[in-house]
Design a binder for this molecule. Sequence first.
Ligand SMILES: [Zn+2]
Length: 481
Amino acid sequence: MTIGATLEFHGAAGEVTGSCTLLRTKKARILVDFGMFQGTPADEARNAVAPEIDFRSLDAVIVTHAHIDHCGRLAMLPELGFRGRIYCTTATHELLGRVLRSSARLQRARFYERADGSAPWARALMPGEEAGGPPEFPPAHRLFDTPEVRDTMDMIEGVPLDREVKIAPLVSLVFRNAGHIPGAASAELTVGAGADKKIVLFSGDLGPERSALLAPPHRPARADVVVVESTNGERRRDANLDPETTLAAIVADAARRKAKVIVPCFALGRAQLLVYRLARLHARGLMHGLNVYVDSPMAVHGIESLYRHPEYLAPELTAAVRSGGAPLWFPELHYVLSKRESMAIDRMVHGGIILAGSGFMDAGPVLRHLSESIDREDCVIVLSGYQPEGGFAWRIQRGADRAQFSGKTLPVRASSVRVEGLSGHADQDDLVKWFAGFGEKPGRVVINHGVDTARAALAARLKTELGIESTLPARAVPVEI
Ligand SMILES: [Zn+2]
C-alpha cells in the first residue's frame, strides 16, 4: 500500500547529523528539519552546500527541536528563497532565536579568527606523542549572520503540543511530545481528505522511556508511515545503572578535597538533566555545600523553558512546577551569565562544579576552564555520552597525559571520571516498546538518523519482535510511500 507521496533524505541518512527530509505529496512539499552536519571539518564543510531542493516551492518547514543538527541551517532559508512559514513547538520557538544567534556569532568569530590566524585550539596528547603547532584549519564558512536570523525568526510560528494546525494544501500538523529535550516534538502530519486521509509521523529525536527529568515520548495510536530516528538503535541501557550514585561519589570526593569539577556538557538536554540530578543530591543531603556553576546562558534558558512549559517534564515534576515548586533549583546552584563571571570562577579555590559547553570539549568556555586547571591534581573532569573518535574528550578518556591550548602545553594531572546513563535518546528497547505501543501496526517504517549498524540493528529487532519491515533510505534517493 502506498499513500502516493515520496520522502527524500538530504541528511542524517546513515549518519547522526544534518537532519533534512523532504516530503512531497500530490499537492504539497514540506521540509522536516534543516540541521547542520557536525563532527569532522569535512562534515562541517558540507553545511555550505545547500541540498538540491527547490526551496522557493516549499509550502512549509517543520522543526522538531532546537538541537543544531536539526535546526542549525534554518537561517539559510531566506537566502535560499523560502518565503513560507516555519512551524515548531512554542517552547522550541523560544529557544531557537538564541540558538541561531549564537550560531551566527560563532561563525563570525571563526571566520575572522581563521583569517587572521588567531583561532583558539586545543589538543590532548597521548603518552609519547609529540606536541605540535596549530592544526590545519579548513576555511570557515559563514552560512548566515544576524540579519538572516531575524528574517528567519519572523517566519516562525510556535504551536503548542497536541494542537492541530493546517500548514499546506491537504496537510495538517500536530506536534507530540518526544521526551528528548525541552520543546522537542514528533511531527504528526495528516495528508489528504475524507476517507483518503493518511498519517505520516516523523519521530524527531525520541527520549528514553524512563527519564528522571522529562516526560516519556507520546505513544501514537496509529500512523500509515513512520519515519523514526535510530541514534541509539544498537544500544541497550543497563537498567541497574544509576547516574546519581556516581555523581554522589564525585561530589563527596570533590567536597572532601576541595576539588574543582569540570563537566563538559551540551546546553540543551544534558545540562538540565545534570542540574536536576544535582538538585536531587541536594534534597538527599549529599551536596556537602559544594557550589554548582552553570556556565552557559543557553543551558539556563533551557532550565527556564521547563518552568514555562512544565508539560515537557516527567508527570510528578509537572505537578510540582504547577503548584509553585522549582525541582531544578537548589541553594548551591549559580547561573553564570557573563564572560567576566565565567573567568572569575576559574580562580575559585574552595572547590565547586562547573557545567560548561561544549560537551565534546572542542570549543566554548569549557576549554578555558580546562586550560586553567587541567594541570592540577585537585581537578576532576566528568565525561558522559558519546565522544567523537580522536577528539579532545576521547583522548582524555583514553589517558592523554598532556594538553595543548593554543600553544601552551600543560601536563594532565586532573583525573577523569565517566557518568553513564544520562542519554537523552531512546535506546533499542525503548524504540521497540514505542512501536509496540501503537494501537495498529504502522503500514510503513523508514529508519533515518543513525549510523548504518544502528539502523540495521533496530530494523532486525522490529522485524523479529513485531513483524515490522523497515526501509533504510540512502541520501537524496526518493522513497515512495
Ligand atoms: Zn536532538
